[in-house]
Write a protein that binds this ligand. Structure first.
Ligand SMILES: O=C(O)CCC(=O)c1ccccc1C(=O)O
Ligand SMILES: [Mg+2]
Length: 368
């Protein structure tokens, strides 16, 4: 039984080496909520809440997630005993929405559970890979900068490049990259920048033989993506639109996508992420693990998840030093020749580097 005695909720903040720019705005500094859960035997589990400082990607923010965790989720977690972290999703089904707030706490239960079982989180989840393939994201509004970044990422060994696009720059960007890198596995992410009225412009991208186009249409849409997929050859991958198992079932039934980007935070935790993975496998959809410009704790959960057999494509997975000089975890996550190894020690396989954590922590609170 997992019996939580106390929880520490902290906010950390680190500036990015380079601004991360999409048609929705620019991220210059990453702020996130770290969760540490201690059980009555003194074991600790780590979680990370991937909500951003402002609601540009999804509705949640650091402040809303903090409120939901402190005032609703943690008081319940402190009262309840869990035989398995799967019970979390059921327990909180009456707390609507707020998937990132839930995931930050739920994942910490998985770390604790895996440590108590003496097994790696990857093994607990049913992972079959001892290394996962990494992909880099180019998020800039400048073509020269995009080319420079792809050159760097290619040197570093990334297996797949993802380019953030919008109707204002898609052709110009993709053409420039394809000219220099005709064979590089390339995909694009539109973060809902298009509508069905742009169907001709989207069909025109077929010639570039992209691996996929991620989330071209509305953030909650399932129906129009099905209409679009019938009219373009490039496989559609859904990100924002898939917030739970039901969304994934609907998208599969309607043919809204051929690929799903699974993010633990976006779907409300590791148990649901695994269920969506299982569904993809059952229906022969490809899946990959999405990124959130996250800190090492969340990256580590991504490694464990991406070790499952249904993650057939490289994810938005990168080393600890990809977005900033020094992360908050120990050991650091390293990418070699496009691959990152999956830990085999009990639990998540990483813990907090207290010295670095103290440097970047801007707020800390113990909840008992
Ligand atoms: O973590 C990364 O490497 C970047 C992943 C990425 O593209 C992204 C980062 C923040 C918010 C949304 C998205 C996205 O996939 O749409
Ligand atoms: Mg995306």
């Amino acid at each position: 039984m997992i019996d939580i005695e106390k929880a520490q909720v902290s906010i950390v903040s680190i500036p990015l080496k380079k601004p991360f720019s999409t048609h929705l705005g620019v991220v210059r500094e990453r702020e996130a909520i770290m969760i540490e859960l201690w059980d009555r035997e003194g074991e600790v589990g780590y979680g990370e809440t991937v909500a951003f400082s402002s609601p540009w990607y999804t509705e949640e923010t650091v402040k809303t997630a903090y409120h939901i965790q402190k005032d609703f989720i943690l008081p319940m977690v402190l009262k309840k005993k869990f035989a398995h972290p799967r019970e979390f999703a059921c327990e909180f089904s009456s707390l609507r929405g707020n998937p990132m707030a839930k995931s930050g706490v739920e994942t910490a239960l998985w770390d604790l559970y895996a440590k108590k079982q003496g097994q790696s989180l990857s093994r607990i989840l049913g992972g079959t890979r001892n290394e996962v393939r990494a992909g880099a994201v180019v998020a800039t509004q400048d073509v020269t900068e995009a080319l420079k970044q792809i050159e760097q990422f290619t040197e570093q060994g990334f297996e797949r490049m993802k380019l953030k696009i919008s109707p204002a720059n898609d052709r110009q960007f993709i053409q420039a990259i394809r000219k220099e890198y005709p064979k590089t596995p390339l995909m694009v992410d539109a973060n809902s920048a298009y509508t069905l009225e742009d169907i001709d412009q989207l069909r025109a991208l077929d010639e570039f033989e992209l691996l996929m186009i991620e989330q071209p249409l509305g953030t909650t849409d399932i129906v129009e993506h099905a209409i679009l997929q019938k009219q373009i050859n490039t496989p559609i991958c859904l990100d924002e639109s898939i917030t739970n198992v039901h969304d994934a079932k609907s998208a599969i039934q309607l043919g809204s996508c051929q690929i799903i980007n699974i993010k633990i935070g976006r779907v409300g935790g590791l148990a649901i992420a695994k269920q969506i993975h299982d569904l993809c496998q059952e229906h022969q959809l490809q899946a990959w693990c999405g990124g959130m410009i996250e800190f090492g704790i969340s990256k580590a959960y991504n490694l464990a998840l991406a070790s499952l057999p249904g993650f057939t494509l490289p994810g938005d997975l990168s080393s600890s030093t990809h977005y900033w000089q020094e992360d908050i975890i120990t050991p650091a996550i390293e990418m070699e020749q496009g691959k990152i190894s999956v830990p085999t020690v009990p639990g998540l396989g990483f813990s907090i580097n207290e010295r670095r954590f103290d440097e970047v922590c801007v707020h800390k609170e113990m909840i008992k």
